[in-house]
Design a binder for this molecule. Structure first.
Ligand SMILES: [Zn+2]
Length: 68
């Protein structure tokens, strides 16, 4: 075992860097068999979407105040 630790780490890494073909293969092989890792992937996707949305609604005023 210990595979889930690997897979969740790769899923997280995928947000920051390009995974190799072998890494994607390991993920695709594992996800259909593991609801835990599927949920993890769903969660980090939501988190990233939320972060993207938050940066999208930041106002120029807020940015200017940050420089003050
Ligand atoms: Zn798993």
């Amino acid at each position: 075992m210990g595979k889930c630790k690997n897979i969740t780490r790769l899923l997280s890494d995928a947000l920051d860097r390009s995974l190799t073909a072998g890494e994607w293969f390991a993920i695709r092989l594992h996800l259909p068999t593991c609801s835990g890792c599927r949920n993890y992937r769903k969660q980090i996707r939501l988190l990233r979407a939320a972060a993207h949305t938050a940066s999208g609604i930041a106002t120029p005023d807020a940015a200017a105040n940050g420089d003050d």
